[in-house]
Each structure stands twice: as C-alpha cells, then as structure tokens.
Design a protein around this ligand. Structure first.
Ligand code: B12
Length: 476
C-alpha cells in the first residue's frame, strides 16, 4: 500500500504546542483496522516541507483549521508541485467549506475522517491511485474530476465511539511535548498532556460549529477514558491532563465511573485534570464529582455580562446569574475558573461591554485562582454567526484567508469585525481596556499560588525558571 504522511502545520499561533490528536486517531485507526503501518506524522516546526520530502510519501494528508488554513494550503501546493504526490486535506475548515477545496488538493475529507481515510487507502490500492470510479463510492469527500468539483453524500458517525482506538501518541512524538508546561493554564508547570473523551455537543452557540458538524455527543466509556489516563500516567509520567472535549460533563454517572476506574487502576490522585464546563450544567453534585476525580481547574465560556448579548451568543439556555452562580459553586469547592469572554457581537453596545467588564472584576475578586480571558467575536465558517455575517455583507464568501493566519480571536481583524454600533478604532481601545481589567489582578493571583513544588522545579531547572520569570513578570 502507498506510503502515507499526515501533516500538522502551523507557522504561528498557539496551535503548535499541542498534540494534533485528530491525526493520531487517523493513524491508530488505519493500524488497527487495515493493519497499515507505512505511515508517518510530520508535526509543525521548521522545515516542514523538507521533513515531508524525507519520508518519500506517495500520499500526503494535511489537517487545517480556518486559522492557519492559508499557510497549510501554501505548503500543500508546494508539496503537490515539487513532489507530485496525491494530496488530501481534512479538518474543520474543509468540513465547513468543502466547496472551496483548493485545486492542488486532490481530495477534501468532510467531517469525521477515520473510516473515510481507511476507504480512501483501500481504494487507492485497488485502483492503483485515486480514480473517479473509486472515489464516487466513498462517502464524506469532495474531489476534482476533470476540473469539476464533486461531493459525495455525508458519512455517518462511527458508533460506539470506543470503536476508535486511542490516538497513536508514539507516532505523534508525544515525548517532544512532555516538558513541564503551563498546559493546564494553572500556574503550575506540570508534565502535561491532552486527551479527548467524547465528540459532539448538544448546545447551539452561534460562534461554534461543533453542534452542526459533529452531531449529538458520543462518549467514550469510563473504562476507555481511565485506560488512556493510566497509560499517560504510567508510561509517560504525565502529571496533568487537559481533557479537550467540547462537553466533558454531559453525564454525571460517567464522571463517577471514571473516578472509580482510576482508583481501580491505581492512578487516582496521581494526575490533575483541567476540563471545559458549561455554566447551566454546574451544580454542587457535579462539582463534587469533578473534584473527586481530580479536576483542579475548569474553563467556562461566560462570554458576556449583558443578558441580551449572552442570550444572543449562547442560544438562550444560560443566564448571567447562572454563570455567576457556577463560578461561586466551583470556587467554594476550591476549583479555579478560567473564564472566557467575548466582545464585539453584532448588536453589542458600549453599555453591554461595561457590564462584561463589571462581571470580570467581580469574578476576579471572588477567588485568586480565577482567571479571565477576553477575545473578539469572530465569524468562523460553519457557524450561525458566519451565515449572519455573510447576509449582512460583513465578510466575503471567499475572504483573504491569510487574515486568519494568526489565531483570529486574538488578531482583532477589521476584515472580520461584525459589530454594528462601535467604530472599529474605538472598539480596539475598548478591547484593550477590557483586557487590562482582566489582567489587572494577575500578579496578585500569581503570588498567592506559588507553591514549594513549583519553586523546587524552577530551582532545579534554570531554563524553566527563566521561562516563568519571562511569562509572569516580563510579558504580561
Ligand atoms: C483541542 C482544540 C484546540 C487546541 C489544540 C489544537 C490541536 N493542535 O489539535 C488549541 C487550544 C491549540 C486550539 C486552538 C484554536 N482553536 Co481549537 N479546538 C480544539 C477542539 C476542542 C478539539 C480538536 C480535536 O482534537 N478534535 C477531535 C478530532 C478527532 O477532530 P479533528 O482534529 O477535526 O480531526 C478529525 C476530522 O476533522 C478529520 N481530519 C482532520 N484532519 C484531517 C486530515 C486528513 C488527511 C484526513 C483524512 C482527515 C482529517 O479526521 C479527524 C478524525 O475524525 C476543537 C473542537 C472539535 N470538536 O474539534 C476546537 C476547534 C477545532 N478550534 C477552533 C478554533 C476557532 C481555535 C482557535 C482559532 C481559537 C483561538 N484561540 O483563536 C485556535 C487556533 C490555533 C492557533 N492558530 O493558534 C474551532 C475551529 C473552527 C474552524 N472553522 O477552524 C473548533 C472547531 C472549535 C469551535 N468551537 O468551533 N484548539
């Protein structure tokens, strides 16, 4: 079978310090169900092209978000032109805009990729390459046939989710990512790793495409989750795990079962967790269960202090009071909250943003472990907000994706500005003002969190000590 290379390429941004688990799943699936091992993963960094070429691939598959898409396509074009190999592209951007498949990409993979890639590899083998005859039978793809773009019907999701083996972390070169890092967004430098325990989310936030593209939540069993944790702890010495699920907390029973499984496997208490929550699901029972599992910090998308804007952004199933209450409950259990806020929604006024600023102050005063982050509302393809921005003429159907090269929510880009009330230049000042409020109590919270364990690490590792000083005292 043809040699396959999977590529994760970020020229900048925060995408390049996390394991691209999606590619790890693809590799593991091919190994398990096709007994196919002639594959490699090239991870981002310098000389990505040279690294790909050195593998002598016949097929190269790229993953791409909207952020960074431009850079990925530039690399894909170079690979096509200089190596003359077959090229595939998958991930959120192509999934949301399959009709914009670049000419140099032979095939775009729409949505969940494991089974699709397996069928593509088989078809390539059977037809001695990617042919129209073979491709038309494969669900979930777009491809070029004599210059015309063809799309096959959508592919059904894989169930149960446990059918998909854990991501191939060896092939992802997990060792490169295991240095103590601030991966959990706590102030502790831990040997951190990421994992996923589910796919999908039932809620309908207008800035997120997950509900429409990943369907109803599918959960890994508690046994499967615990066995992955066990491997991370025992094989790789991991101390902190960020569970990156869209909605980790959809089942209280599963959280309790995971804890029981961790205890059975003798890893309970040896690892700390960081998970994302949704405020309307937070109650003391849930938080007790999370705490028992080992969760030390959570992220919450509180988004706005204005009821009207919150309702608009999150579809009306969470209130500002529920947000406030969720943070209070978590803090009472000693769990710090990483609270994410957004400014710049279409109908947002200065007064709405003032309410957000007030809520940020209130949350920072509640607990030294609370942390607030401010980003700009950005219409991303595949979301309700994208449709709205198109209708209103705020964005073009084919914008300059280069503008998305850097993480868009941080780049404060005029091209994707959707607010109708505040002139952009004034808006930038308001963003800065709001960010300053969010940062204002950071030094205080850092000082209250210094621990011996942390200091010992810093003393033993001068490079780490310098990194900490730089991060905490010079950059912020
Ligand atoms: C973890 C995560 C991150 C992590 C790690 C990313 C990484 N290196 O893997 C971090 C924190 C870095 C991150 C950052 C951002 N993220 Co993010 N992230 C996620 C999250 C929660 C999970 C990603 C994941 O592992 N998914 C699970 C795997 C199984 O899915 P997958 O990677 O898409 O891969 C599958 C398919 O897409 C397909 N596939 C993918 N690639 C390929 C390639 C080939 C060849 C084939 C055949 C198939 C294939 O098959 C895979 C297996 O089924 C998703 C939400 C989600 N549910 O996906 C958001 C998500 C991907 N992120 C999103 C966004 C917006 C961002 C940011 C821009 C946010 C920001 N701060 O500005 C940044 C961009 C990074 C940057 N430039 O700095 C959006 C992307 C939307 C879009 N249109 O691009 C998502 C969908 C969330 C959302 N709410 O809409 N993110």
């Amino acid at each position: 079978m043809a040699k396959l290379v999977l590529v994760n390429h970020w020229s900048e941004g925060i995408g390049n310090n996390k394991l691209p688990l999606g590619l790890g799943y693809l590799a593991a699936y091919l190994k398990k169900y096709l007994d196919f091992h002639d594959l490699a993963i090239v991870n981002t960094g310098d000389q990505t092209f040279e690294k790909i070429a050195a593998q002598h691939p016949e097929i190269v598959g790229f993953t791409a978000y909207t952020a960074g898409y431009y850079d990925v396509v530039a690399l894909l074009k170079r690979v096509k032109q200089e190596l003359g190999v077959s090229t595939l592209i998958g991930g959120p951007h192509v999934t949301c805009l399959p009709e914009q498949l670049p000419l140099e990409a032979d095939i775009g993979v729409v949505g969940e990729g494991e089974e699709t890639l397996l069928e593509l590899m088989k078809s390539h083998e059977m037809h001695n390459g990617f042919t129209a005859e073979g491709l038309e039978k494969i669900a979930g793809i777009v491809y070029w046939e004599k210059g015309i773009l063809k799309q096959t019907p959508p592919r059904a999701f894989i169930t149960p989710l446990d059918k998909i083996p854990p991501p191939d972390r060896e092939l992802l070169q997990i060792h490169e990512f295991l240095k103590p890092t601030q991966i959990l967004m706590t102030n502790e430098y831990l040997r951190g790793a990421t994992m996923l325990s589910s796919r999908g989310c039932p809620f309908k936030c207008i800035y997120c495409h997950v509900q429409s593209k990943w369907g109803k939540p599918r959960l890994h069993s508690a046994e499967r989750v615990a066995s992955e944790v066990e491997e991370l702890v025992k094989k790789y010495g991991v101390e902190g795990i960020y569970i990156e699920d869209d909605l980790f907390v959809s089942s209280l029973k599963r959280i309790q079962d995971i804890t029981a499984e961790l205890k059975k496997r003798n890893v309970w208490g040896k690892v700390r967790f960081f998970v994302d929550l949704r405020a309307n699901l937070v109650n003391p029972n849930l938080v007790r269960a999370l705490k028992e599992m080992g969760v030390v910090k959570v992220a919450l998308g509180l988004e706005s202090g204005s009821e009207r804007i919150l309702h608009y952004l999150k579809g009306g199933d969470v209130t500002v009071e529920q947000n406030r209450q969720a943070v209070r409950i978590l803090n009472e259990f000693g769990i710090g909250c990483h609270c994410c806020f957004m400014v710049g929604a279409p109908h947002e006024t200065r007064e709405d943003i003032q309410q957000t600023q007030a809520l940020i102050r209130e949350i920072l005063d509640l607990h030294p472990r609370n942390f607030c982050q401010v980003t700009v509302v950005t219409p991303l393809p595949g979301t309700e907000l994208w449709k709205y921005a198109l209708e209103k003429g705020f964005v073009s159907r084919t914008p300059d994706w280069k503008q998305f090269s850097l993480s868009p929510l941080q780049s404060k880009n005029r091209d994707f500005y959707v607010n109708e009330h505040i002139p952009f230049d004034e808006f930038l000042k308001i963003v800065e003002e709001t960010t300053n409020i969010a940062n204002s109590r950071r030094l205080h919270s850092i000082l209250t969190r210094f621990s011996w364990r942390y200091l010992r690490r810093a003393i033993a590792d001068p490079k780490l000590a310098w990194k900490i000083v730089k991060n905490y005292f010079l950059n912020r």
